[in-house]
Design a protein around this ligand. Structure first.
Ligand code: ZN
Length: 449
């Protein structure tokens, strides 16, 4: 009990310190926050790597003492493992200790790092280790976004690597050579030739690595293996198969497959991206452009498919909460309007990057029956209010101060931000991932109906 209390006090002290600091230092402009000078970047990376090495060492000790990994990185904050809590904060993290991918936010104290083995991820990471080996990330820092580094990782084997956000698409970044990657993936597939979630990544990646290392002939065998193992009721598995057919330039077959998938899920940007690529290869420039447009924009954060997808076309269950001014708010109040439910936070850089586009759509259509409800996953009410005022954002906000335990986010099982749900005049969900340029188009269309 005492420990929890101490951690709680440290949390609040750190938050207070962060706020106090904010009042002294002039507000940091977003561009500057995202793109520091090259020297700063270099220095931040260096310190962050040292932090990761220290974390690796303390995890080693923790494992020795407890026989298992910590539940959260905050469990390491103990004289025995990690006496200095500053090691849990990355210098490039402007939020003062909030992991950039919201599902990885440490619930106990400020921690910049995304811990990949926390309770909600443990089962899936255990499976991934069986398939990919111990090179996969255990701790990640996502605060160095840029061309060459989107993630700094500490692997399960306690080595440091740099990779793109979704290493599943490019596991070769975690290995020393492409040959090693191929060997590891082949061994993984031998152990687990089919995995409901991971086959989607492993097969096309291995096919690509075969092609890149001039072993194209091996891909047909891989396609055969996948066909014999795949679940013929799974749209995702057809997607995987279609991807591999496309990689082998079996374009007509792949096109047929993705057209069928498009009929099932007309708003899936991944399907549109595949269709764009295939039409391009087949010389259908106009169709390629059309699908390219529908396939944009790519999500900034790692996103797992959310159950919200099942709600598309159905009436969204109502929520009731209070807005920032203390007034009751629910979806019911917005019936007859096209509504955007925007799950966001001031500390979430990709959300802030999205805001000007949302504001523009709001300004264009606010008098034609379009409205927005912000579901703010902020913990700092003043910072939220300041942001809304400075950026002239008039729509209502639901705020609970509970970050990921915001009751509305929990109610809809939204575990990552930004997430934007577009709801039609009758209260049915149009899309659970409407972003950027697509938003304007979809709002205009929904208002016509
Ligand atoms: Zn870092």
């Amino acid at each position: 009990m005492k420990t929890i209390l101490t951690i709680g006090i440290v949390w609040s002290l750190l938050i207070t310190a962060a706020i106090a600091q904010e009042q002294v230092i002039p507000a940091i402009r977003l561009e500057e926050a995202i793109v520091p000078t090259p020297e700063q970047r270099e220095k931040n990376l260096e310190i962050c790597m040292q932090n990761l090495i220290k974390l690796g060492k303390s995890i080693e000790v923790y494992l020795e003492v407890n026989g298992d990994y910590p539940e959260w990185l905050s469990d390491l904050y103990h004289p025995k493992y990690l006496p200095d809590p500053d090691v849990l904060i990355c210098p490039a993290d402007r939020s003062g200790g909030i992991a950039l991918f919201s599902a990885n936010i440490d619930p106990k104290m400020p921690v910049s790092y995304g811990y990949q083995f926390h309770p909600a991820y443990r089962a899936r990471k255990t499976e991934a280790r069986l398939l990919y080996g111990d090179v996969i990330p255990l701790v990640r820092c996502r605060h160095h976004a840029g061309q060459d580094t989107s993630c700094l990782n500490l692997s399960f084997s306690l080595k440091i690597t740099q990779s793109v956000s979704r290493w599943e698409d490019a596991p070769e970044q975690l290995y020393e050579t492409p040959e090693q990657t191929i060997a590891a993936l082949e061994a993984g597939l031998e152990r687990h030739p089919y995995h409901e979630r991971l086959s989607y990544y492993v097969y096309p990646v291995l096919a690509r690595l075969y092609i890149e290392s001039e072993h194209k002939e091996k891909v047909e065998g891989l396609i055969k293996l996948f066909r014999s193992k795949m679940n013929t009721d799974s749209a995702r598995d057809y997607f995987t198969l279609g991807t591999m057919l496309g990689q082998m330039n079996r374009n007509e077959e792949a096109l047929q497959l993705f057209k069928e998938l498009e009929a099932q899920t007309p708003n899936d940007p991944n399907v549109h991206q595949q269709l764009a690529g295939l039409h391009e290869k087949l010389g259908n420039t106009d169709l390629a452009k059309e699908h390219q447009r529908k396939g944009e924009p790519k999500p900034v954060l790692l996103r797992e498919p959310e159950p919200a997808m099942e709600l598309i076309g159905k009436v969204v269950p109502d929520f009731s909460a209070t807005d920032l001014d203390g007034n009751p708010i629910s979806l019911e109040q917005y019936r007859g309007k096209v509504v955007l439910l925007d799950f966001w936070a001031v500390w979430c850089a990709p959300c802030i990057a999205e805001m000007p586009k949302i504001k523009k759509v709001y300004d264009t259509y606010k008098n034609e029956g379009f409205d927005i409800i912000g579901i703010s996953l902020d913990f700092d009410k003043k910072r939220l209010r300041d942001y809304l005022k400075e950026n002239d954002i008039p729509w209502r906000q639901v705020f609970s101060g509970k970050i990921m335990d915001n009751p509305v986010a929990l109610h809809y099982n939204v575990r990552s931000i930004p997430t934007q749900w577009l709801i039609d005049k009758d209260g049915s969900l149009i899309s659970h991932q409407v972003r950027g340029e697509t938003l304007k188009e979809m709002v205009a269309e929904a208002l016509k109906e």
